[in-house]
Design a protein. Structure first.
Length: 368
């Protein structure tokens, strides 16, 4: 996974993808009421919301404060037949292959002024259309690879047998119309499939786009209820958001935005929930490095050991890793400085086997 989380925003035309993208990145991607408004994928970079970084910066007064970032890729509205080139077809599916996760925007609002590509709003049907296209695109990729590997297996290459077995299993799951992530795959199996970058092996977060009136109680919306039922059948994550509200919030200064959200009964923008949900879905956490020059947030996978985390900063630090001085964010904020924390005995020295925890504040000792 790249240093920054990359999320592809997909969905049918006119479900609110570009409106949401504009709001969260303020990148000004064109949003208009006609299909295929988005032709090239728009890429926007947005800060990962984490108050802890700014709290730490308040202690250290660094010259520079650097948050973690999430890249959002807005991909053109897919339609039935996209995998076979309908609409603008396969060129968009290739953009999704480069992302870590998929945010599948589902329309859960009625609006006579915004046409629906299928004539009326039906979230479950819409979810099925996109999922079918992703499955068909993967089916094609797996089938081509399967043919090549079968020839290699016939030629007596032993190491191809496991891969062929995995490809056959995944092909069968896809052929039945199910995403590849529903196949029972071991870590070794996934390694066999890695270079194929299958779309339906990526984690999916359903973004249920509701109208402004529904955001306070989204579950009262029958469209949301239907979409949640479908997501939970798939054991997929979901988050309700109003792209309309996010668009309005993005135009306001922070104080006005807070007041506007408060009037709606919201404590924070939906974007914060979206990014947190994506982090949770992918098992990501943040650790921090602090000092007078820079306070910085770094994103790693849960279960990462200290030397690997050090490698996020620089490969030399990983190579020459000696040990890590570690304190939790909560403890550092409680004691107010490293000397005070050291005096209380809460600043720890950890070795190569230490598994990093969310909110760790770390100083890596190394020698190259």
């Amino acid at each position: 996974m790249s240093t920054n989380l990359q999320i592809g925003i997909v969905g049918l035309p006119n479900v609110g993808k570009s409106t949401l993208f504009n709001a969260i990145t303020k990148a000004g991607a064109e949003a208009a009421n006609f299909p295929f408004c988005t032709i090239e994928p728009n890429i926007g970079v947005v800060e990962v919301p984490d108050h802890r970084l700014y709290d730490l910066a308040g202690l250290f007064h660094p010259k520079k404060t650097t948050p973690a970032f999430t890249r959002f890729v807005d991909i053109a509205g897919l339609v039935a037949g996209a995998s076979k080139g309908e609409g603008l077809g396969n060129q968009f599916l290739s953009h999704i292959r480069e992302t870590d996760a998929i945010a599948h925007v589902v329309r859960c609002f009625e609006d006579g002024n915004i046409t629906h590509v299928a004539g009326h709003v039906d979230p479950v049907r819409d979810m099925d259309i996109i999922n079918t296209e992703l499955c068909l695109a993967d089916l094609d990729v797996v089938d081509k690879r399967r043919s090549r590997v079968a020839k290699m297996a016939q030629a007596g290459l032993k190491e191809t047998k496991q891969e062929l077995s995995v490809l056959n299993r995944v092909f069968q799951v896809l052929e039945e119309g199910h995403p590849a992530r529903q196949a029972e795959l071991s870590d070794d199996d996934r390694l066999c499939l890695k270079e194929l970058n299958l779309l339906t092996l990526k984690p999916v977060l359903y973004v249920l786009n509701v109208g402004e009136d529904d955001i306070a109680d989204p579950m009262s919306n029958s469209f949301v209820q239907a979409a949640v039922g479908k997501a939970e059948e798939e054991k997929a994550s979901w988050v309700p958001i109003s792209a309309e509200i996010e668009a309005e919030v993005s135009e306001l200064d922070p104080e006005e935005a807070a007041a506007f959200l408060s009037d709606l009964g919201e404590k924070e923008p939906g974007l914060n929930r979206l990014i947190r949900s994506a982090y949770s879905l992918l098992g990501l956490i943040n650790f921090f490095t602090v000092g007078p020059d820079e306070c910085r947030s770094w994103t790693i996978a849960e279960g990462t050991r200290a030397p690997r985390a050090a490698g996020k900063i620089h490969t030399d630090i990983e190579r020459g890793f000696i040990r890590a001085e570690v304190i939790s964010y909560d403890q550092l904020m409680q004691y107010g400085s490293f000397p005070a924390a050291r005096e209380k005995g809460v600043l720890r020295l950890e070795g190569k086997d230490y598994i990093m925890q969310d909110g760790d504040v770390v100083y890596f000792r190394f020698n190259v």
